[in-house]
Structure formats: C-alpha cells, structure tokens
Design a protein around this ligand. Structure first.
Ligand code: ACO
Length: 307
C-alpha cells in the first residue's frame, strides 16, 4: 500500500519584490544575488494571513482532487510562521474550509516541513486511520526576515502549497527523515526574532545531507538514479541544487527548479514546485518522483514515490 497525491494547489502573493527593489533597501546587487543564489524575485504577502494563503492553496488542491472538504480526515500545516502561537493554523484552516471531520495540527520542521508532514500523512493513511489527508506547506517568512540584513533578506519569500493525499495500490513509497538538533545554531529565529543563519556552513551541510537522504531512499527502494523521472528539491539556492544533481549523477533536466521566481519559501517550496512542475508538464502521472529537503533544526530527508 502506498499513497498518491490526487490534488495540488498554490497561493502566491501578488506583490513581487525583485533584486532591483532590494538594491534600494540594502547594499546588494542583482548580479550578486543571481550568481550566488539563482533568485531573481520573490513574493511578499501584504494583508494576507497565513491561514488565507493556506486556504487558497487548499481549495485549489481539493478541486483538482475532486474532493469535498468534508471527506478530509486529517489536515497538516507545515510552517515556521503560524498566524498565532495557538491555535494551530491547521485548526484555523479546518474552520475556513468547513472540513468538519478532520483533526488538524501544525508541524514545525522548517524547510523540511512539507516532507515531514507528507510522511506523517503517509503513516496515518497506511495505518487505515485516515482515508484522505490535506498536507499544506505555507510560509510568511517576510515577517521574520531582517530587512536590513543583506546576508538573509535576499533569500526568502512568501507562499503556500497544498496537496490532497490518499491511499494508492501502488506500493512505491520510501522515505527517510533525519534531524540533528546539535546544529540548531546554523539557522534559527528566536521567539518574535529574525532569521539568523550561517550561510556558508549550511550550504555544505545542505548538499551533503540531501545527497545522503536521496541515496538512502533509492537504495531502500532498490531504484537506480536513472529510473527517477523528476527530482523536486527544496528551493534554497540554485547552486545547492546544481551541486546535489552533480553528486547524485542526475542530469539537470531531471531536476525541477523555480527558485528564480520565488526564492526560498521554506515549507512551501516543495508543494509550490510540485504544482508548477505538474502544470508545465514536467511532472506526469506515473512518474517516479524524488523529493528532498534540508532546513533549520537541522532537519532533512527525502521521499521517493509514484506521482
Ligand atoms: N549582497 C552582496 N554581498 C553579500 C550579500 C548580498 N546580499 N550577502 C552576503 N554578501 C557578502 C558577504 O558579506 C561576504 O563578504 P566578505 O567576503 O566581504 O565577508 C561575501 O558576500 C561572500 O559571502 P559568502 O557567505 O562567502 O557567500 P556564499 O557564496 O557562501 O553565498 C549564500 C552566500 C547565498 C548565503 C550561500 O552560502 C547559501 O546559499 N547558503 C545556504 C543558505 C540557505 O540556503 N539557507 C536557507 C535555509 S537552509 C536551506 O534551505 C537548505
């Protein structure tokens, strides 16, 4: 027994903040940001709450899955930037969607949040306790970015992605999740504080850890790199993605990236990328899909599944 993603949806705020806009805010340049990260612009939420963004993405995903909100048994929201300390954004979302049957909770695993949430949903689905789950990655990182710090403010953006997940007869699903709390100081924000980051160290750990996770799931599933149709990695930095592709021996055409448009949207980056890859025809039904992420915690992991 495996799982399948039957619906995908996104919400991307209208306001675009380009590298040229950032040149007017901090001592940086479009050239520096583009060559170091691949990012050209990012979206910034204005009046939108996180719950609103999650709701819009969820409605799209439910429509694609032809699913009524009342059919959903479980709602998971992966986020670093909830609207309130409590209740969980997932509960606010449940109310907004009138998904009356669902139990709902948030999950905090930074940029790996969507993969962690997908794996929790997988466990509930295959256990038989849940028939349909709504898995959301949503972030309003603009609220925790220090807009005076050029080291970090150029990297992040806002957005939401959602997936309706259900059981499938196709058994291909292998996951491997990791955490190392001893490295928390590489990337964190204090309560009500700003994102703080040791970028250079993180870069190396990101490449190494995602490679390790990908190799592990491929090995456990007994699937060769050549048999992977598409890799959808967390969108942190195009150079991290390129280095990962090189290490895994995967041609870059098999790696999906939209980082130039949105920057790093943390837990939202993989579901947004999945949606766009699907819409662009790069991710097709039946594809062997490999997803990998790494983020604050530190947390990292990979999921291999049939799309
Ligand atoms: N514009 C211009 N100059 C800048 C900027 C900027 N926005 N930011 C930093 N610099 C300067 C630095 O001050 C430094 O100057 P110095 O040499 O005079 O001290 C110089 O550029 C080079 O800095 P480095 O840190 O060596 O640059 P690097 O090539 O490592 O790129 C970056 C920095 C983009 C942050 C990179 O290390 C990176 O992407 N790391 C991963 C961070 C990340 O992705 N974090 C997100 C969460 S973790 C994850 O999602 C995987």
């Amino acid at each position: 027994m495996g799982i399948r993603i039957s619906g995908l949806g996104v919400y991307l705020p209208e306001k675009v903040l380009t590298n040229f806009d950032l040149e007017k805010m901090v001592d940086t340049s479009d050239d520096w940001i583009t060559t170091r990260t691949g990012i050209k612009e990012r979206r910034i939420a204005q009046d939108e709450t996180l719950t609103y963004m999650a709701k819009q993405a969820s409605l799209m995903a439910l429509q694609m899955a032809n699913t009524d909100p009342e059919e959903i048994d479980l709602i998971l929201v992966a986020t670093l930037t909830p609207d309130k300390t409590f209740p969980a954004t997932a509960c606010l979302l449940q109310a907004e969607l009138s998904a009356k049957r669902a139990f709902a909770f948030d999950l905090s695993a930074a940029c790996s949040g969507f993969l962690y949430a997908l794996d929790v949903a997988h466990s509930y689905l295959v256990s038989g306790k849940v028939n349909k789950a709504l898995v959301v990655g949503a972030e309003k990182l603009s609220t925790i970015v220090n807009w005076q710090d050029r080291n970090t403010c150029v990297l992040f953006g806002d957005g939401a992605g959602a997936a309706v997940v259900e059981k499938s007869q196709d058994g291909l699903y292998t996951s491997k999740l990791y955490s190392d709390g001893s490295l928390w100081e590489l990337l964190f924000a204090e309560k009500c504080g700003h994102i703080q980051m040791k970028g250079r160290e993180l870069f190396k750990v990101a490449v190494r850890s995602m490679e390790e996770a990908c190799r592990q799931v491929l090995k456990e599933a007994n699937i060769s790199v050549e048999d992977v149709d598409l890799v959808v990695p967390h969108q942190a930095n195009i150079r991290i993605v390129q280095a990962l592709a090189e290490k895994l021996g995967i041609p870059f055409e098999k790696i999906y990236s939209n980082i130039h448009r949105y920057g790093n949207t943390s837990a939202a980056s993989i579901p947004i990328a999945l949606y766009e890859a699907y819409k662009e025809g790069k991710l097709k039904r039946g594809d062997t899909l490999l997803m990998t992420a790494m983020g604050g915690g530190l947390t990292w992991g990979a999921v291999l599944m049939r799309f």
